[in-house]
Design a binder for this molecule. Structure first.
Ligand code: DGY
Length: 320
């Protein structure tokens, strides 16, 4: 029987997929993640790994697993934790979980847009800290988003879903993307494709939805913040390393941009100290896909990929 190792605690729905297909997965069941040493031990002899985005799947780990390893099925749409080239050179298939977390993540992007532009987290902090406050014509004014421009960086499924939500709130949409989007969707959204520089200079809110890889590492740095409007906001629900976090802190301090809503961080779970005391940033702990139904669906899709591969069929959602 194919040896399947699940390296982190995943929803039971995912394990059930594996068990009902006749496999007996070796699954980590503790809430606390394995240490690297434990991980290197656990993967030994595995033919298929079901992994979480917090686990680095690199040459060392692939070597520790052994030459029989056939596939790494990540329980995430992003796969920057995996050295895909190293997997490829060893003939190891990599899969991810696109589609099932699109709406949940777009909801969080919209939530961050509203939270940061309307100062919602800041307002809540006032109340919770029992500070005196009173309604006033000039009290805690934010920026409305109606008739403002959303600039989407990376117009894949999550970018499109975020654009739809923003449009429903009265925003117009421009986007920068390597790939073309379906003209029907572009028309429905009234979305205009622009260059990266145009997107930076025209957007009132920039929302990042591209993958994290070598070409997008620090796509946002001081030069890009300087090109943005001083009253613009940056939203990141994709991956932390796409933004140079220190440059972001500096851009906020010098008022190059007005604020940021972040679900992901460059050195996650560590947060740059310069962000922590700022009222113009909203910080949430990587909650993009964090709904029960979404996490079940992610685990089930990863497990179904494992089942297909274990049975000698093609992966459902291979990344390459
Ligand atoms: C993903 O799937 O890449 C998300 O970041 C998980 O929340």
């Amino acid at each position: 029987m194919t040896q399947i190792v699940v390296t982190g605690k995943i929803p039971t729905a995912g394990l059930e997929v594996l068990r009902s297909a006749g496999f007996a997965p070796k699954a980590w069941s503790q809430d606390v993640a394995m240490t690297r040493e434990e991980l290197l031990q656990q993967v030994k002899g595995a033919e298929i790994l079901v992994t979480l985005l917090t686990e680095k799947i690199d040459n060392e780990l692939l070597g520790a697993a052994g030459a029989q390893l056939k596939a790494v099925c990540n329980v995430a749409v992003g796969y920057n934790n995996i050295d895909v080239a190293a997997c490829k050179s060893r003939g190891v298939t990599v899969t991810n979980t696109p589609g099932v977390l699109t709406d949940a993540t777009a909801d969080i992007a919209l939530a961050l847009i509203l939270m940061v532009t309307r100062r919602l987290a800041e307002g809540e902090r006032v109340i919770r800290s029992k500070q005196a406050w009173q309604w006033g014509m000039h009290y805690m004014l934010g920026s409305g988003i109606t008739n403002r421009i959303l600039g989407v960086v990376g117009m894949g499924a999550i970018g499109i879903a975020t654009a739809r939500r923003a449009k429903a709130c009265g925003m117009s949409v421009i986007y920068y993307s390597r790939s073309e989007i379906d003209s029907k969707i572009a028309n429905e959204l009234g979305a205009k494709k622009v260059s990266f520089d145009e997107l930076l200079s025209e957007s009132d809110v920039v929302s990042i939805h591209c993958p994290s890889n070598e070409s997008t590492h620090h796509l946002f740095g001081s030069a890009q913040f300087k090109k943005m409007k001083n009253d613009a906001f940056l939203i990141n629900t994709a991956r932390g390393p796409i933004v140079d976090e220190q440059a972001l802190v500096e851009a906020l301090s010098t008022r190059e941009i007005a604020g940021a809503g972040l679900d992901v961080f460059e050195f996650e779970p560590k947060i740059n100290d310069g962000l922590l005391d700022r009222d113009d940033v909203v910080l949430i702990p990587h909650l993009g896909s964090a709904t029960t139904e979404t996490r079940n669906a992610m685990a089930m899709l990863a497990a179904n990929n494992a089942v297909e591969i274990a049975n000698g069929r093609s992966a459902l959602t291979p990344v390459s």
